[in-house]
Design a protein around this ligand. Structure first.
Ligand code: RIB
Length: 309
């Protein structure tokens, strides 16, 4: 690790992903046989932290697990991937969060039961203030209670630490929180939910402008197979294409993108370079099975970037 690599602090969720592979999604009311079941460490927070640690950055994960076997496995995954997990909350009052994932050759669906993630309070987060202050950048998502997100954002904001908010899954975000965010990274569905403007029918830029008007300094919209688009307040719309890869599992693709973006920005790189880097991290992540298991190391990302578009 060199001093040019910034420290990333992630405040967010930890889930055990229960992944069932099936040839297709069951119809409503239908019972279908799946082919395989896998128990994979996940959760948007945990995935983003593992992505950053595997890219060689000092990374702190701040979240909650239950005192059960899933919690133990998730902690082990953080530790073996090089994430600093020593400040994690272990609660006896709720089970570790789980995500029930159906994976078909075309797509996936995810149903999350927050469990321990839902026990995180503003008080818990305030007790982490010193750890959050160590970060060059703070990365948060919306799989934990909004009061915990708001407390983390406020601590970072008061210290001038840039915040990336990955608004997933989309829910209403208080104006006060949006005003303290430097970067927000919605996909198209989240962009629609957050602004009421449908990027597909009413225009991507219109939706991004509507989000910029709510406070963040930059909107970086992830567009799946079409790459990403970004716009800063007062800037023009920019786009970066996706990379062509053989897709095995898209679970955690957005987390890989956010982790890559955080790492690159924490090294003081500009948005254009950082978005390109994030796209490469995400492209490599989908070529492997499992959210955390699929996160690439820096050398793989550099190799892909050196191959050109
Ligand atoms: O972003 C992917 C993640 O969403 C999965 O790992 C699952 O746990 C859900 O949180």
């Amino acid at each position: 690790m060199t001093s040019t690599h910034g420290t990333v602090v992630v405040v967010g969720s930890m889930n055990m992903d229960i992944v069932v592979k099936a040839s297709r999604f069951p119809a409503s009311g239908e019972t279908l046989f799946g082919q395989e079941v896998h128990f994979e460490p996940g959760g948007k927070g945990g995935n983003q932290a593992v992505a950053c640690a595997k890219l060689g950055h000092e990374t702190f994960m701040l979240g909650a697990v239950g005192g059960d076997a899933f919690g133990g496995s998730l902690m082990k995954s953080l530790e073996t991937n090089g994430v600093n997990a020593e400040h994690m909350k272990k609660t006896g009052s709720a089970a570790t969060g789980i995500a029930s994932i159906t994976l078909t050759p075309e797509d996936n669906t995810i149903l999350v039961v927050p469990g321990a993630n839902g026990t995180l309070t503003a008080e818990d987060v305030n007790a982490w203030s010193e750890v959050i202050s160590k970060g060059s950048i703070l990365l948060v998502q919306l799989e934990i209670p909004m009061e915990a997100v708001a407390a983390a954002v406020d601590i970072a904001y008061r210290q001038g630490i840039p915040v990336i908010l990955n608004p997933a899954p989309a829910s209403e975000i208080p104006a006060d929180v949006l005003g303290k965010i430097r970067y927000i990274t919605p996909n198209q569905t989240e962009l629609h939910t957050l602004t009421g403007v449908d990027p597909e029918s009413e225009g991507l830029e219109k939706a991004m402008d509507a989000l910029l008007a709510k406070g963040p300094e930059a909107v970086i919209a992830t567009l799946g197979s079409q790459g990403a688009a970004w716009k800063t307040r007062g800037g023009t719309l920019q786009r970066s294409a996706s990379r062509r890869v053989e897709v095995v599992d898209t679970t955690g693709a957005g987390d890989a993108f956010n982790g890559g973006l955080a790492c690159s920005l924490s090294r003081n790189r500009g948005l254009e370079e950082s978005v390109r880097f994030a796209i490469a991290v995400s492209a490599l992540a989908v070529t492997k099975f499992g959210a955390q298991g699929g996160m690439p190391v820096l050398k793989e990302v550099e190799r892909l970037l050196n191959e050109g578009e």
